[in-house]
Design a protein around this ligand. Sequence first.
Ligand SMILES: Nc1ncnc2c1ncn2[C@@H]1O[C@H](COP(=O)(O)OP(=O)(O)OP(=O)(O)O)[C@@H](O)[C@H]1O
Ligand SMILES: [Mg+2]
Length: 266
Amino acid sequence: MKVIAIANHKGGVGKTTTAVNLSAALAELGYDTLLIDMDPQGNATSHLGYVPFSITKTIESALVDDNNQIDVDSLIIERGPRLFLIPANLNMSSSELLLSGMLERERVLKRVIGKIKRRFDYIIVDTPPSLGLFTVNAIYAADEVIVAVQTQPFALEALGVFRRTLAKVYQSKKDYNFKVWGLPTMHDRLTNTSRAMFDKVKEMFGPLTLTPIHQNVRLREASGLGKHILEHDFLSSGTVDYIRLAKEISGEKEEERQENRTHRGD
Ligand SMILES: Nc1ncnc2c1ncn2[C@@H]1O[C@H](COP(=O)(O)OP(=O)(O)OP(=O)(O)O)[C@@H](O)[C@H]1O
Ligand SMILES: [Mg+2]
């Protein structure tokens, strides 16, 4: 079981698109996958076709559950084969303040996940565009973080702050397997700017740089329709990119590579 947080405190860089479509791709590959929406904007929730404000039970109830009364399983919506969601909505924005008064306030989500993790192969957490307690909780709970970086000018300017926060968490977690991946998003392989930014992402993340997600209008359409990309257009480049990402993350690519090597005898 692995928990992966999708983060970057810069807004509009493809975090939610990645959280939703990576979850759907992992489910397609046969992994039981839970997406937790930790963003009061509820974008992951609506991307999967739910109306955030009409939802009564969100991740918030488990986060502020001081007396341990909430059955976390009851918050899980079954969205499709092997794809599950714990939703979010704007009502939870005030609970970030409540969290700040709680004991071990950074580890609340980790405790919540501890109650349900046996059911899943992957838990993906979508985070808001801030370095507040929701994001910090997601990072504490995570075994791996995917930093979504749009390959556009200014994308890296604020990343130093974000990486310092990650480094602090890393030190206090004492988890030496903790991985921070860089994922170039909305990549346009034809423009010089995009290519130059991709090189900078590679400099920053080294071997943990993932293959880019390309610009694909189908991804934008899917979010507006309340569908993930595999449902909206299975043959799109968006589907190809997110299936590839799911394989990279789950290590299938490495296994495939090794298998090919064995077949080839090298
Ligand atoms: N690869 C892509 N190609 C085309 N459009 C994309 C792509 N990735 C994301 N988008 C679009 O860009 C916009 C921002 O993406 P998204 O909501 O995933 O970003 P975000 O980082 O989650 O934003 P926020 O910080 O507000 O949570 C959305 O309209 C989305 O549909
Ligand atoms: Mg988002």
